[in-house]
Design a protein around this ligand. Sequence first.
Ligand SMILES: C[S@@+](CC[C@H](N)C(=O)[O-])C[C@H]1O[C@@H](n2cnc3c(N)ncnc32)[C@H](O)[C@@H]1O
Length: 211
Amino acid sequence: MTTLEYEAEPAAAAELFGTHIDVARKYTDDLAQRGEELGLIGPLELPRLWSRHILNSALLAPLVRRGARVGDIGSGAGLPGLVVALARPDAQFVLIEPMERRCDWLRHEAAELGLTNVEVMRARAEEAHLSPLLDQATARAVSALSKLLPLTVPLVRSGGEVILMKGANIEAEALAAAKAIKRLRLTDIEILLLGDGVATEVTRVFRATVD
Ligand SMILES: C[S@@+](CC[C@H](N)C(=O)[O-])C[C@H]1O[C@@H](n2cnc3c(N)ncnc32)[C@H](O)[C@@H]1O
């Protein structure tokens, strides 16, 4: 089995997962064992699963509002949705993913980890019918902001937020999405850098409020 780097960044892991650290490790183990075979994660990612994917996803957990209903669009292996769900048992998570095999994995894993705050919905975001609408929507590595905003914003209630993980070109993506931002009437737009001084893999987030 691939060696995992659980011992890396113990302070960050303790801060982000607290008492849920063993559940986070089990998820990482399970993903390391089955992720490649199921096409969820590339072989090069396995040795850096913990810092690049798990801790990185967990950086979003403090942004989740207490008791919120959160949708993770294009959850794939469960990033960031399943990771944030295990760190924030007070909130409810809907993992929206169109691929059946990935949905099977997400359901299996949520049950294995004993997560009662996770629901898996097999759908493309543009076809998902959510009632009630979400308080917050997350996404990671799904598409550029100009395409992602029209997919995610309609799923969020007025006063709710989109929290979208992005790479280093986030500012250029936000500029390219200016028309969509205006048309979708987003307000309180922020670009956040998360994890600086906490984790080695920082992450950038586009956060905005839905009108
Ligand atoms: C590159 S993967 C990223 C998976 C995960 N978020 C991560 O960070 O590892 C993109 C995921 O988005 C899903 N996806 C693509 N188009 C979608 C859509 N229109 N609505 C919902 N999910 C979509 C794909 O099936 C895939 O699982």
